[in-house]
Design a protein around this ligand. Structure first.
Ligand code: ARG
Length: 588
């Protein structure tokens, strides 16, 4: 089915043509003066130059041909040449009824099942998750769900960091504390114990300690680097320790991501890409792409059109060691081999944008991936505290995501203390609301922007917040319960009637933007557009709810139509928050 804006555009195209102008000027947009009109077309202003005519004259001619259209209740040419459009309620209601019957509420389903890999999460094993990982998880999850909703074949990959210095640091510190462990005996031939010699809380203490120590102690740092190199070269005892670290951390990460309602189809790791490195490097050399610069192997990636300096992409250090780049390039090789994707989306801190620019250019130039495969970098900004500095816990230490989540949930629980609810029900609801507060607080900002983590604002039940959206959904759920209790039958295919009622029109208008919103949010990797949509729809619905009798409306046909509209708003809102990775409770 066509999106509403396409239908309107077609009408405008026809009118431009009939008036003797190119239909290319018939671009329709949502009005930026909602007090004057609902949609607008500024094409006459643009056409004026080509046709050497006053824009208002063109606008008047075009509107003259729109009179017969059934889409509009009112069309006006406005100085200096705007075309203001107000839809007819009958047309709008017709569209909404069609939308209600459509599987995706009017979104176009992906034509061919393109495979999209989404690289998000990016947690590092053995290191605590930080707020950057929180953002990657929240934003990536929403992009993943939106792409899947539209029918793409989507693979979400956690791409864990498990191959760097953090492992060498832990090995070194462990060797210091427990030198008697068999993992350190180079002559040991037997099986290694299946039980790890540490727990997650041990690791949480060991890593920061070792990391701190390495910054002060040069020799210690060198040892850790050597241990990392030996691990990467395949030293057996170290590999066994690494495996333990992985098992312990991944189990812990799975719990945390689970609490965030974030899931991955794949739990791949940087180490999985290592086997692809030798052949990849060889091909880069054979193809004449890579050359030695100051001992290191590099690929030049600068282009003539660059306005800023783009340094070469380093593939191997002068001592032959591989780098973060090498792993990312090899991961592209691996993904192509395993999934042959048409698109790979990386959701990573925007401070890595130059880095990814280098990696993408290098991948294309060295032909490890085809020109037609889209490599997309979604760089996000920093989550700041109220002081405008990167968010820290109250004691200034590293943040445990569980602690953050727990804090927010407790605040929500306090707010709900006076609700007549069973204790467990209240707790469950508070968990959903707290999570929605955090996620919506994040997602409602354009991803690339920094934002301030403001618990009071995020947990508010009013305004543009997660809890407000959930509240609206809960309101509709209880409305529907009432409908069921009263035994009011509204057939699944019952129709929404046009009504001369501004609050209903506003709800329909908000609803009608669903398809456009979701498709754009996907194309631009912009979940904040879905937030904006659910907020505007909630707002419009709540006004409608306050100003009209719905369940108790004396007019039967109106009652049914209103119930039908409310039901649709409820489903669309729930689908919308589903794309954001939120869930609504039954009561709140
Ligand atoms: N582990 C990295 C970090 O903590 C993020 C990984 C992002 N993804 C990637 N393919 N490089 O910074």
């Amino acid at each position: 089915m066509k999106k509403i804006i396409e239908i309107l555009q077609d009408e405008l195209k026809g009118a431009f043509e009939r008036a003797g102008y190119s239909p290319d000027y018939a671009k329709v947009t949502i009005s930026n003066r909602p007090d004057l009109c609902q949609y607008q077309c500024n094409g006459a202003l643009a056409a004026a130059k080509e046709y050497h005519r006053a824009p208002i004259q063109i606008a008047q001619e075009v509107t003259g041909f729109l009179g017969q259209s059934e889409c509009f209740a009112e069309v006006t040419a406005q100085n200096p040449g705007f075309i203001n459009l107000i839809l007819s309620d009958a047309f709008l209601a017709g569209y909404i009824n069609q939308m209600a019957a459509d599987e995706l509420y009017g979104c176009a389903k992906a034509e061919k099942e393109d495979t999209i890999v989404i690289d998000f999460g990016g947690a590092n094993v053995a290191k605590p998750l930080h707020v950057g990982h929180l953002r990657s998880a929240i934003i990536g999850e929403s992009i993943k769900r939106t792409a899947r909703y539209l029918g793409y074949h989507v693979i979400g990959d956690a791409h864990l960091g498990d191959w760097g210095l953090q492992i060498g640091l832990i090995i070194t510190e462990l060797a210091d504390r427990q030198p008697e462990l068999v993992y350190f005996d180079e002559d040991y031939q037997g099986e290694y114990p299946s039980e790890p010699p540490f727990t997650m809380s041990d690791l949480e203490e060991i890593y920061p300690y070792a990391s701190g120590r390495s910054k002060e102690d040069e020799a210690y740092r060198a040892k850790a680097q050597e241990a990392t190199a030996q691990l990467q070269a395949g030293r057996k005892g170290y590999l066994a320790l690494w495996k333990h670290i992985l098992d312990v951390s991944v189990a812990d990460l799975a719990v945390i991501y689970g609490k965030l309602n974030v899931s991955f189809d794949l739990w791949k790791k940087e180490s999985d890409a290592q086997p692809y490195i030798p052949d990849m490097v060889q091909a880069m050399k054979d193809g004449g792409y890579a050359h030695i610069d100051d001992g290191a192997l590099v690929v030049d990636v600068k282009e003539e059109t660059d306005t800023k300096e783009i340094p070469p992409c380093m593939i191997l250090k002068s001592n032959g060691a591989t780098l973060y780049n090498t792993t990312d390039l090899a991961t592209i090789v691996e993904r192509r081999k395993l999934f042959d994707p048409q698109k790979i989306i990386y959701v990573v801190d925007k401070r890595q944008s130059l880095y990814f620019e280098q990696v993408f250019r290098c991948a294309k130039k060295t032909k490890i991936i085809g020109e037609d495969v889209e490599l997309v970098f979604v760089g996000f900004g920093t989550m700041n505290g109220k002081d405008g500095k990167p968010f820290k816990t109250r004691d200034g230490g590293v943040l445990r995501l569980e602690t953050l989540l727990q804090d927010v949930v407790s605040q929500v629980e306090e707010k709900m203390a006076d609700r007549e609810m069973e204790e467990t029900e209240r707790k469950k609801a508070a968990e959903k609301i707290g999570l929605a507060a955090i996620k919506y607080g994040d997602l409602s900002n354009q991803a690339s922007k920094d934002y301030i983590f403001d618990v009071e604002r995020f947990t508010s039940f009013e305004g543009n917040t997660g809890p407000y959206i959930l509240y609206t959904i809960v309101r509709i759920k209880s409305l529907m319960n009432k409908v069921a209790q009263l035994g009011i039958e509204v057939e699944p295919d019952a129709r929404i009637q046009p009504e001369a009622n501004k609050t209903q029109t506003d709800v329909m208008l908000a609803l009608s933007r669903w398809a456009e919103t979701v498709e754009t949010a996907f194309a631009e990797q912009a979940p904040h557009k879905i937030c904006q949509f659910v907020y505007e729809l909630s707002d419009a619905f709540n006004k409608f709810y306050h100003e009209n009798k719905i369940v108790t409306n004396p007019e039967e046909s109106v009652r049914k139509s209103y119930i039908c509209l409310s039901r649709l708003v409820g489903s669309v809102l729930e689908t919308g928050i589903g794309l954001l990775g939120l869930e609504a409770p039954e009561k709140m």
